[in-house]
Ligand binder design. Structure first.
Ligand code: NAD
Ligand code: GLY
Length: 331
């Protein structure tokens, strides 16, 4: 399937073993491939080009300007040019970082993502949001820079730690509510493909998040607040899972959806083995409400992405009393 963006359109391949297609999707004219990956990933790729492997450290800390500089220096020493290609092999940390290096090295070169986590396959590797973190916050420096191709090799999920798998399932749960598609009826590979299709359509309609792309942040307002509050180890998708249920509880109190739809949110989330409740240590409503206001996606007062009969959409000015009541419902 493809992400349709005119002359920047690209294909996303989903399935077991699709990383073997790498040599068939490298751009014409590329002579070298810089394979950017992490020690924990452990999946080799063969681009068919003169290839060098550049490892970055494991974990979110690798998304830094220091790593961008180090990678660019190493590529410069090897002699990479704008016509060569970067191949990102890993999860969202690697695809965000390598995609940003591709956006800035020699003013922009092509990159291919071989996504090896569930979260990267259904979200991070698609759509061209690339970037790194600052000490002041996540993803504060970046670029919209679309890949040349994406390979979501479901075989690589076999080695993914179960915690990382669950985190990806939190993002996958989101897609159950973005369209009328029945993801329940699909097996995992078909669900990944369905999520890719949904994300590809949203990105094609609104590449730079002028409007519709905001629906991909469904469940993320509470999730970002949970992550910013910190104090315990919760993976992003685990936070999104409870965030989805919270958004449903808010929508019900605004009479946008009924109790049956809230129950469907809880069923999907718990069906993936994820919790539909806030961790008990996060017992301070005031702290969470204050963090909602700092969500960088807030446009005018507090905007939440909420479900309705018409589908999921951003809603401006949700009353504080509703936000408080819904918090009680996820405790
Ligand atoms: P991650 O990239 O940190 O990967 C999780 C861990 O799994 C790492 O230790 C990694 O080395 C390891 N790993 C990766 N593939 C493996 C495999 N097949 N087998 C064994 N281990 C493997 O985490 P993630 O959840 O994939 O990505 C999180 C990042 O994605 C965050 O930085 C987030 O900001 C970003 N993100 C970006 C977008 C976007 O649109 N650009 C969307 C969502 C998330
Ligand atoms: N992960 C949200 C987006 O790509 O817009």
């Amino acid at each position: 399937m493809s992400v349709d963006l005119g002359d920047r359109s690209y294909d996303v391949h989903v399935g077991a073993g699709v990383r073997a297609r790498l040599s068939t999707v490298v751009p014409a004219g590329a002579r070298r491939a810089a394979v950017i990956t992490q020690p924990n990933v452990g999946w080799d790729v063969d681009s068919g080009l003169d290839q060098c492997v550049l490892e970055v450290p494991d974990g979110e800390g690798a998304k830094s300007l220091a790593e961008v500089e180090r990678l660019c220096r190493e590529m410069s020493e090897v002699g990479f040019t704008r016509s060569d290609v970067i191949v990102a092999v890993g999860g969202g940390v690697v695809t965000d970082l390598a995609g940003f290096v591709a956006a800035v090295y020699h003013r922009g070169m092509r990159y291919i993502s071989v996504a090896t986590t569930l979260l990267a396959q259904v979200d991070a590797a698609i759509g061209g949001k690339t970037g790194v973190n600052l000490p002041q916050g996540k993803n504060l420096v970046g670029a919209f820079w679309q890949p040349h191709a994406v390979l979501c090799d479901t075989e690589t999920l076999a080695t993914l730690p179960s915690r990382e798998m669950r985190s990806g399932q939190g993002e996958l749960a989101k897609y159950h509510f973005l369209t009328g598609d029945d993801l329940d009826a699909l097996d995992l590979v078909e669900r990944i493909a369905a999520a890719v299709r949904i994300k590809a359509d949203v990105v094609a309609a609104d590449e730079r998040e002028g409007g519709r792309r905001a629906i991909l942040n469904y469940g993320h307002t509470l999730a970002h607040a949970i992550e910013t509050a910190g104090r315990y180890d919760l993976r992003h998708g685990e936070a999104v899972a409870v965030g989805l249920v919270y958004a449903a509880e808010v929508a019900m109190r605004l009479e946008r959806i009924g109790a049956d739809r809230v129950a469907a949110h809880r069923r999907v989330v718990t069906g993936y083995g994820l919790s539909d409740r806030l961790p008990t240590v996060l017992d301070d409503d005031e702290e969470l409400l204050a963090l909602f206001g700092r969500d960088k996606k807030a446009i005018d007062g507090l905007t939440l992405v909420l479900d309705s009969d018409r589908g999921v959409e951003p809603v401006v000015g949700v009353p504080e009393s509703v936000l408080r009541e819904a918090l009680a419902a996820v405790r």
